[in-house]
Each structure stands twice: as C-alpha cells, then as structure tokens.
Design a protein around this ligand. Structure first.
Ligand code: SF4
Length: 352
C-alpha cells in the first residue's frame, strides 16, 4: 500500500487531544443550533460524537452564548471551539468559560490591542487560537494590493496574523485559509504549508448541499491531504452536520489516512447483474454504519467476476439469478436466496 507522506507540524494541545505532529487527522464539525440553547446544542454534539466527530465548534454571537459554553462543556466529551467574529470580548468570556480553542478571523476583530487581549487570556489558560482567514472577509488593503482575492493575499493575511500572535510570544496556533473555490484553496494551502509549521485546519468553505458539497469537499480536501497537508478537516455542508462527519470519514478512509470501521467495495452493476444489487448495497451500508470493525465488505453483482474482483474483501456477496453467494477472502461459502442475502451477510459480518 502507498502511504501519504504527511508534513510533520507542531503539536498543539486542544482540550484532551493533541493536534498536529504524528497525531491522527482529526474530524471536526460545527453545531447549527443556537449556542444559548444548551440542551439542543449538547444533544447535537452528543449525536455528532456518536457519528465520529472529534472536535466541535459553536458560534458565539453574544455573551449568553459565551456563558453557555461552561454548561455545554460539562456534558460533552470532545474539545469545544468558540467561533468569534467582530467582538473580542466574546473571546475573553469564552476563555473564562473554559473553551478549549478560539477561532478568530483577525480581519474582523479590529485593532491589534484587541487581539493582544485575547492572546494574554489564551496564554493564561493554555488555550489554542485558530487564525481562520476566509476569502469572503479578507482585509481590504490585501485585496487591493493583489487586485482581488488571491492565494498570495490569503497566505499574506495568515502570515500577518501569525506574526501578530508571535510578537506576543504566542505559538499555540492553528491556521486555516478557506475559500469556496477548490483551485484557489489547493494553491493557497500548498503555499501556506511551505511557510509555516503550525497545524493546518483544512476545509472548503460554503461547499454546498450534501450531494454537491460532498463532491466539492472530497476533491478539494482530498487533493490537499494527498499532498501531505492538513492536521484536521471540516467538511462544510448545507445539511445535517452528521453528514459532514460521514463525508470526512470517507475522505480520510479513501486516502488511507484513517481507519473507521468497514470499508465497502461494490461493483457498478452491468448486464450480468440479475439481483437488485443497488438496494442491497444501500441496505448493507446503512446497517453497517455503526459497526466498528476494520474489515472490507464487497457487494458484487455476479459470481463470475465478483469474488475474484473482490478477493481483498474479508466478506461479501456475489449475485446470481434470484440468489447469491456469500464469499470470504475470494472463496465461496454458500448460496442463499436474494431475499436472504442482506440478513445472511449481516450475520457473517457480526460473527467476524
Ligand atoms: Fe458486472 Fe459482475 Fe463486474 Fe458487477 S461484478 S460489474 S455484475 S461483471
């Protein structure tokens, strides 16, 4: 197997985990609840944890949300990040509430003295700061200098903000430079990675609805990860954040960067397929969503090519006419009727 050679970045502590260095590429998401609504926010975070979310971010728009972090944190198990725009006082309050990381967009926090106040508090509590540069809110002078939003401008903004934090001897930094354009993101992250050793948070912002956003994120985040860049990823989808976790897991699995439960192989179907393979594949994938075994399952349309093509699979099915065979490591185990294929395969998976 070919392994991606990851760039080794500085290790940064966020709550009960370490990001960067040789640590796994962590999956994160963001709540779409009102942070002040503690019950709904906690319920969403627990559901995301169950799906595999490893870092959670919440929007902090007002003081009540900043105070809410204290109660939310007591009821969840993963690090919590406060997303702050415009008002540095919200960042200070979140730090006092015990948040594990602050995400600020220095371009809209205001003058340096405000950033310094956040840095001083973050230092006191050993809290990391993510500099989140965004193509939609890049500083005006940089846009003018580069005649628009460009990779050079995005990287310059990130470096300027890193310099401000470093000037106050703060190095607990994570950096992201998000754009909704995939080529711009690839160029910007590649350029950024050559210039810094801080952990990089990867994402394609405003990627779109589940179908389109999944493709766009997979192409964008996947390409950047394949260059060895990235220590944590957030897929941004217009939909239930749980879908972001499923998408992020598949991206990392596809590049062999992480293992999350079952790896599926399924054939595209062709004129030889004589069973309803598409429904069977969907049903099996769905039933296996919460099975945490590092095995490969193959769902193949015919017994002529199926087991042979999927010989790397630990277990699988190959369709016949109104029936199919269960196979293990490319060898046929037994024949079963089409209507029993799903249940019989599930028994075999559970027994593995
Ligand atoms: Fe066709 Fe069989 Fe290949 Fe599926 S495994 S695409 S049914 S030849």
């Amino acid at each position: 197997m070919i392994n991606i050679n990851r760039k080794k970045t500085k290790e940064i502590k966020i709550g009960n985990i370490y990001l960067g260095g040789n640590n796994p590429i962590y999956i994160q998401s963001m709540c779409n609840t009102d942070t002040k609504d503690i019950k709904s926010t906690v319920n969403q975070i627990l559901a995301l944890e169950e799906a595999g979310c490893e870092i959670i971010r919440v929007a902090v728009l007002d003081m009540q949300s900043a105070f809410a972090i204290k109660d939310i944190k007591k009821q969840i198990n993963i690090p919590i990040v406060a997303d702050i725009h415009f008002d540095y006082r919200l960042a200070l309050e979140c730090i006092a509430s015990g948040v594990d990381k602050i995400r600020i967009n220095p371009g809209n926090i205001g003058d340096e003295s405000r950033i310094k106040k956040i840095v001083d508090k973050a230092k006191e509590r050993n809290i990391a700061i993510r500099i989140g540069v965004n193509s939609g809110s890049l500083e005006k002078n940089i846009i003018q200098m580069y005649n628009g939003v460009t990779s050079k401008g995005l990287v310059e903004s990130a470096l300027n903000n890193i310099n401000i934090l470093e000037k106050y001897n703060f190095e607990n930094i994570i950096v992201s430079i998000k754009a909704s354009s995939v080529p711009l993101s690839i160029e910007s992250y590649s350029m950024l990675s050559e210039k810094i050793d801080y952990p990089i948070h990867l994402g394609i912002t405003e990627a779109g609805t589940i179908w389109r956003g999944t493709i766009k994120s997979s192409v964008g985040i996947g390409t950047i990860l394949s260059k060895g860049i990235g220590d944590t990823i957030r897929v941004s989808l217009t939909g239930d954040p749980i879908e972001e976790i499923y998408c992020a897991k598949e991206i990392l699995k596809s590049l062999c960067l992480r293992k999350f439960g079952i790896e599926f192989i399924s054939c595209p179907t062709c004129g030889r397929t004589k069973i309803d393979l598409i429904s069977i594949a969907r049903e099996i994938e769905d039933k296996c969503k919460h099975i945490n075994k590092n095995i490969t399952v193959a769902i193949m349309g015919c017994a002529v090519n199926g087991p042979g093509e999927a010989k790397e699979a630990d277990i699988g099915i190959a369709g016949g006419i109104g029936e199919g065979v269960i196979f293990k490591k490319g060898k046929v185990l037994r024949k079963v009727k089409e209507y029993e294929l799903v249940s019989e395969l599930m028994k075999e998976i559970e027994n593995l």
